[in-house]
Design a protein around this ligand. Structure first.
Ligand code: SF4
Length: 272
């Protein structure tokens, strides 16, 4: 519910929310819950994200054999599902066994594709580069920059070709090639933060599309950096109280703020 508390501090997650819909930043920054309940589809994403943390171990131990990877993924998935209530006790407190089983089944259905893609990448790039790109040297490090007025926690930092770079885990859909525009902004924001902390240029980041076992390298351009800075300024304004105009977004149908969003829009339309 509304806590009516605004803060000027910007998190990378605010930028991601902004790329979905600027109005979502407004509601989330005022204490409205982004998600109301854990559905089977959300649970599937949580399970697959957890499963991806085992990819380095699976890749390390596997021989180049699809059955072998498949079996290891199956074993890991069973372990993840057992551990999940211990990892997310608050979030999963009200999840029924039907939803849990449905979420688990949906995640399990993704295993053949994940196994095939991991195997394909192993054959194409080799085990050592794959391990370097997947294995964290730091997990969920806190990064911040006063100058950017930005903070955030990437899923991990990996050391690839002698450079520490951020890697983000994405449980959603995966584009045919490259990364989604919003993921490019997400990656660019962490690159800027890591550069601010390390004082060195960070040339690229990784995006792991965990529901597919696909890893994409993203080289950020000046235009991406410019876009991050622009969005930071927009988010600052929104957090200070500016409500962006309502546009029909593809997320509206499943948006937890829709009720407030529509009523606030009709209220505003009476005055303007
Ligand atoms: S209902 Fe649509 S416009 Fe309103 S906050 Fe949600 S996604 Fe944005």
């Amino acid at each position: 519910m509304s806590a009516d508390s605004s803060s000027q501090e910007i998190n990378v997650s605010d930028l991601v929310l902004y790329t979905n819909c600027p109005r979502r930043v407004y509601f989330a920054s005022r204490g409205f819950e982004l998600f109301s309940e854990v559905t089977a589809s959300r649970l599937e994403r949580i399970i697959l994200k957890e499963l991806s943390l085992d990819y380095p171990e699976i890749v390390k131990e596997c021989s180049l054999n699809a059955d072998n990877i498949y079996k290891k993924l199956e074993i890991s998935l069973a372990k993840v599902c057992t551990d999940l209530p211990l990892l997310f006790p608050r979030e999963l407190a009200d999840v029924t066994s039907e939803i849990f089983e449905d979420g688990e089944a949906r995640a399990r259905a993704k295993i053949p594709e994940i196994a095939a893609n991991l195997l394909g990448a192993l054959e194409e790039y080799g085990k050592e580069p794959m391990l370097a790109a997947l294995t964290p040297v730091k997990t969920e490090p806190f990064l911040s920059s006063e100058r950017l007025n930005l903070k955030g926690i990437p899923s991990k930092l990996v050391c690839f070709e002698g450079t520490q770079v951020p890697s983000i885990l994405k449980p959603g859909s995966c584009p045919e090639q490259g990364v989604w525009a919003s993921d490019r902004i997400h990656a660019a924001a962490f690159i800027l933060l890591l550069e601010a902390e390390s004082g060195k240029e960070v040339p690229f980041a990784f995006v792991e599309y965990v529901s597919f076992g696909l890893l994409r390298r993203v080289v950020v351009r000046s235009s991406d950096r410019r876009e991050v800075l622009k969005i930071c300024r927009e988010v600052e304004k929104i957090k200070a109280g500016f409500m962006p105009e309502r546009k029909e977004e593809k997320f509206c149908k499943e948006c937890n703020f829709s009720e407030h969003c529509i009523s606030d829009s009709s209220l505003m339309s009476k005055f303007f």
